[in-house]
Design a protein around this ligand. Structure first.
Ligand code: TYD
Length: 135
């Protein structure tokens, strides 16, 4: 069975005439309790980021301003998606090599994670990842 690497979730929108309001709530848009939130912003022109995988970490990525292209690779196939809306979240589970490209100058990418930062959870070498993914 082929399952897409791109797992999108809809973020409920509660905006009104005054403007936008997006909600990431446990059990609705968030499938895990959040232990860390970080955001990537002010990315310089032409810069790409990521280039790593995690062994255990689950993340939900939401581009709350601007746009960015995320590509995911499971060791065999690669798929990419443009995140350009606060209503769209991308779930990135463990065992996926991720790259972020084509940041717009105004991009703010929020990332919700189910664990604290732990460098030991990273795989930063692509060949090591391919070997890890094949086991
Ligand atoms: P990294 O995850 O490598 O960013 P990217 O994949 O987007 O290039 O993180 C960059 C640096 O920031 C690295 O030195 C680790 C540090 N960092 C933290 O200290 N805490 C965090 O929660 C994150 C995500 C990164």
């Amino acid at each position: 069975m082929n399952t897409s690497l791109i797992q999108l979730v809809h973020i409920p929108q509660r905006g009104d005439a005054r403007g936008g309001l997006s909600v990431a709530e446990l059990g609705v848009a968030l499938p895990f309790p959040v232990r860390r939130v970080y955001w990537i912003h002010g990315t310089k022109p032409g810069v790409s980021r990521g280039f790593h995988a995690h062994k255990k970490l689950h993340q939900l990525c939401v581009c709350v301003a601007g746009s960015v292209r995320l590509s995911l690779f499971d060791g065999k196939s690669e798929e990419s998606v443009v995140l350009d809306s606060s209503a769209k979240g991308l779930l990135v589970g463990p065992g996926l090599w991720r790259e972020m490209h084509d940041f717009s100058p105004d991009c703010v990418l929020m990332v919700f994670a189910d664990a604290e930062y732990d460098e030991a959870d990273y795989i930063r070498d692509k060949l090591t990842f391919i070997s890890y993914a094949s086991t």
